[in-house]
Design a protein around this ligand. Structure first.
Ligand code: MRU
Length: 366
């Protein structure tokens, strides 16, 4: 997608053909900074500190991390070291494991001397595949938006609520939840997006608002607690969120606060859709609340907030009573019964085991 008219992806290979470059998301929305990643450790730290974040982009970046790991040591031991270091970076997004398994499965049978070039090639393919998958999610989600529009008076605005950032910044391009939104907007439909600010790291306010604004999509940022109110007053036609891991039965882990939006949507008869690429489905898991590991992040994300002062300087300030204990769960799980449908690259599935298995027969049982 574009920033100031210039097309970007979130990750690409630098001019030297080995350095990986990413948009530093910790600096948005105030500064567009490109960060070079030159080693396995650079990649691991940039996933841990959320320079890059969002499940699909974490997977794509980890794939390049394996390639950078191969630059140092192409032996079986080097492969295992890279895999294990990257696997430890973030626990909830299953795309990380998917991408690392994919890279290891591809590289392990090769002779060590062939692995480095092969790793760069496969990582680039994983990035291109992510773009294709998200474009297909966009087309499948667009059909749902069009069906909702058809039931409203001609020329009405379609109001879509989203949580966190499941936009192009969370993927290689297009986004998951935002792909249908961009396609509907580009087609000339009247779309307006309610953007949850998404405490504590404010990915909605800083990232989703940034990218929608740069693409010209009308939107309004709301505090996280506002979703129920706007749904109650008929101001939301549908919810579309992303996910970091979805079980084979359709339970959806996503950024903390998603579950509350799903409850409010159910109570108000608002359709609640989840947009996801198939690598986000964890076919090993049955019960999301019981089995999906929920990342707990540092208390400072809650006790402090970063923003821009009137002087233009970026500053971090304390906002919680000194000494009060804090809990910072990064994700929650929305049970399948609250989900209207899963928008995937292969079509829209009901959030249940049979419907998901029907769309992905090759992966069910994996
Ligand atoms: O902690 P983050 O920012 O990596 O969280 C991930 C998310 O942005 C979301 O939960 C998102 O909706 C799913 S990723 C497309």
């Amino acid at each position: 997608m574009k920033i100031d008219g210039k097309p970007y992806r979130t990750i690409w290979l630098g001019k030297d053909g080995t350095t990986v470059e990413v948009i530093d998301q910790t600096r948005l929305p105030f500064e567009l900074v490109v960060k070079p990643l030159k080693s396995l450790e650079d990649v691991a730290v940039c996933i841990e500190d959320m320079t890059v974040r969002g499940a699909p982009l974490i997977g794509a970046t980890a794939a390049y991390g394996m390639a950078l790991g191969m630059a140092g040591d192409t032996s079986d031991k080097g492969l295992a070291t890279a895999y294990e270091r990257l696997m430890r970076t973030r626990p909830t997004a299953v795309n990380l494991r998917w991408a690392l398994d994919e890279m290891r499965g591809f590289l392990a049978p090769l002779a060590p001397g062939e692995r480095r070039a092969a790793a760069y090639k496969r990582a680039a393919e994983i990035c291109d595949e992510d773009v294709e998958i998200n474009a297909a999610i966009g087309r499948n989600g667009l059909a749902i938006i069009e069906a909702i529009a058809a039931k409203k008076p001609a020329g009405s605005t379609i109001n879509i609520l989203t949580h966190c950032n499941a936009g192009w910044l969370a993927t290689v391009d297009w986004g998951t939840a935002t792909a249908p939104i961009y396609m509907a907007h580009d087609k000339g439909m009247k779309i307006h997006v309610w953007v949850d600010e998404t405490r504590p790291r404010n990915q909605g306010a800083s990232l989703t608002a940034f990218e929608l604004g740069h693409h010209g999509v009308p939107h309004t940022v709301i505090p996280d607690n506002t979703g129920g109110h706007v749904m109650q007053h008929g101001m939301v036609d549908m919810v579309i969120v992303g996910t970091d891991r979805t079980t084979r039965t359709g339970d959806v882990a996503n950024k903390i606060g998603t579950y509350l939006k799903a409850l409010a949507a159910k109570d108000n008869g608002v359709p609640f859709y989840v947009a996801l690429p198939s690598p986000t489905i964890d076919f090993k898991l049955e019960d999301g609340v019981r089995d999906i590991p929920i990342e707990q992040r540092s208390p400072e994300e809650v006790t402090h907030m970063t923003g821009r002062l009137a002087s233009g300087a970026i500053a971090t300030v304390e906002i919680v009573a000194s000494g009060s204990p804090v809990a910072n769960y990064g994700f929650d799980v929305t049970p399948a019964r609250l989900v209207t449908g899963l928008i995937t690259e292969k079509g829209v599935a009901a959030a249940n085991e049979a419907s998901i298995a029907k769309l992905f027969p090759e992966r069910s049982g994996s």
